[in-house]
Design a protein around this ligand. Structure first.
Ligand code: NDP
Length: 488
């Protein structure tokens, strides 16, 4: 392992639940260990929640909904939400270090994306909530109809490990802006930043009981999703977990928002600006160790530039520095856990069995006695039936396939049960417009990747999700409408 540079004095924390404004242990006192994926050292302990802890958190959240929070004027609630964003920025370095310790991601990325965006999620929704209206219709001289917006109630927020703070705040900020109370469950492998976030909410002045958090494994999540008194679930994670949640939530008919897995295509036509393509494709392939739901893991390149693309792409990708997340030059850190590392390595074995050729990578990164490091990997020679082309690997692994015609590539792009995002590279505006409308994905980027405006709809189609988040879409999920008809 490289020697650590620029590590601040921030220390890992033990993680307790946060219920009714206090850190509390599990009712049964159980904990589990939190492991640093870059060193395999124990970072600390985490309270292991059970159904009883969830019951307690939900009861508190229900009470808080009916108390001060439920009656707080809009401007006051907006100011508190803004303050959460301010306090996240005040504690930026601490949060960035904890995020990198937990996830193994490079510290510069935690600072510039995870924490910055977490703060912006609160700042954005603090502003946005003051602009949200409802519908009103005058029906001649017969009646006036208008809609009144209410919070949904107690909302369960369940999140994965890849962007722990960013994704939790992406749900928490609009849930609070719409007046709900919440029970959050971060991923068992990345519990630290959510633990600090709960205290930040209290410090910002959000009343006790509005923001609650229960740590634990899938059992904790399942207790939230099946709870009688939870009104809605906002979940980001694997498609198979989404399916389990849907089943668990069915008896109580909860409102559901799902952001699930993806196997996103990156489609490169010969008329694209290749330098721009290469720079962005390096990011869309390997940023955050490829552990971003939006990563473009299936790359399709028009045959006339295929060789040149491979040459230039591998040339840059092989220079990406893999290693210590706290080294400022590191581009690819550690994978999040031993379990996930083994899963990614198993796909590299599958690629070999399927006849794939590793242009670069294809194995665990060398030179590390500890930690879950995998080399950035570019695979060619696989056909469209290959498991590595079809299944979500969620690591620094991409497949590259040549294509000859627009029709052929469109067929391959859509030949998947996923439908989260796609990138399309062409300077032909007609083709860009035509294809964007035909690609089965919730988000299509043309000549870019990951560019977001938080007002726009975010989410996937097919097995990549249900519903959309962002701006008014988040508000629609986190609120209920009552239509009032007044006879004139
Ligand atoms: P998981 O689905 O394994 O876990 C997500 C969360 O759900 C965790 O907190 C987990 O707890 C919890 N959970 C597990 N089982 C249950 C259950 N039965 N009921 C309720 N909650 C449960 O996802 P990962 O953490 O592995 O995250 C990676 C996945 O997330 C990838 O598929 C990726 O594509 C997807 N993702 C999607 C995004 C999108 O916007 N579409 C964005 C980011 C990631 P525990 O960790 O304790 O098991």
């Amino acid at each position: 392992m490289q020697t650590t540079e620029n590590r601040t004095e921030v220390k890992a924390i033990d993680c307790s639940h946060f219920i009714d404004g206090e850190y509390v242990p599990s009712i049964n006192g159980k904990t589990f260990e939190n492991i640093n994926p870059a060193t395999e050292e124990v970072l600390g302990t985490v309270a292991e929640g059970t159904k009883e802890d969830v019951d307690r958190a939900v009861a508190v959240a229900r009470r808080a909904l009916r108390a001060e929070w439920g009656n707080m004027p809009l401007r006051q609630r907006s100011a508190l939400i803004r303050k959460v964003g301010d306090l996240i920025l005040e504690r930026k370095e601490e949060l960035a270090v904890l995020e990198s310790l937990d996830t193994g991601k490079p510290i510069w990325l935690s600072r510039s994306v995870d924490v910055e965006r977490a703060a912006y999620n609160f700042h954005f929704f603090a502003d946005f909530m003051t602009t949200v209206g409802t519908e009103a219709y005058q029906q001649d001289d017969i009646a006036m109809h208008y809609a009144v917006r209410h919070p949904v109630g107690v909302v369960g927020l369940i999140n994965p490990w890849n962007l722990p703070l960013l994704l939790m705040t992406w749900k928490l900020a609009p849930a609070l802006a719409a007046g709900n109370t919440v029970v959050m469950k971060p991923s068992e492998v990345t519990p630290m930043t959510a633990t600090v976030l709960a205290q930040i909410c209290k410090d910002a002045g959000i009343p006790d009981g509005v923001v609650n958090m229960v740590h634990g494994f899938g059992e904790t999540g399942a207790a939230i999703t099946s709870h009688d008194d939870v009104d809605a679930i906002a979940f980001t994670g694997e498609t198979i977990t989404g399916s389990a949640i849907m089943k668990a939530a069915a008896p109580t008919l909860k409102k559901l928002s799902f952001e699930l897995g993806g196997k996103n295509p990156n489609i490169i036509f010969a008329d694209a600006d290749l330098d721009d393509v290469i720079e962005t494709t390096l990011k869309s392939s390997f940023i955050n160790q490829g552990e971003v739901c939006l990563c473009g893991s299936r790359i399709y390149v028009e045959r006339s530039i295929y060789d040149e693309f491979i040459e230039k792409f591998q040339d840059k990708a092989k220079d990406l520095r893999v290693g210590d997340p706290f080294h400022e030059d590191t581009k690819v850190g550690a994978l999040v856990s031993e379990e996930h590392y083994n899963k990614v390595l198993s796909y590299l074995d599958i690629a070999k069995e399927e006849g794939g050729h590793f242009v670069i990578g294809g194995k665990a990164a060398e030179g590390f006695e500890k930690g879950f490091f995998v080399e950035p990997t570019i695979i060619t020679g696989l056909n469209s039936d290959s498991r590595c082309v079809r299944e979500e690997i969620f690591g620094p692994v991409v497949t590259v396939v040549p294509f000859d015609t627009e029709e052929e590539v469109l067929h391959q792009v859509n030949d998947t049960h996923y439908g989260l995002s796609a990138s399309l590279w062409t300077t032909n505006i007609k083709r860009a417009t035509r294809l964007s409308a035909q690609i089965e994905a919730g988000m299509v980027w043309v000549n870019t990747w990951f560019l977001r405006d938080l007002r726009t709809p975010f989410g996937g189609m097919k097995s990549s999700g249900i519903g959309r988040e962002g701006g008014a879409h988040s508000f629609d999920f986190y609120s209920e409408l009552t239509n009032v008809t007044v006879k004139l």
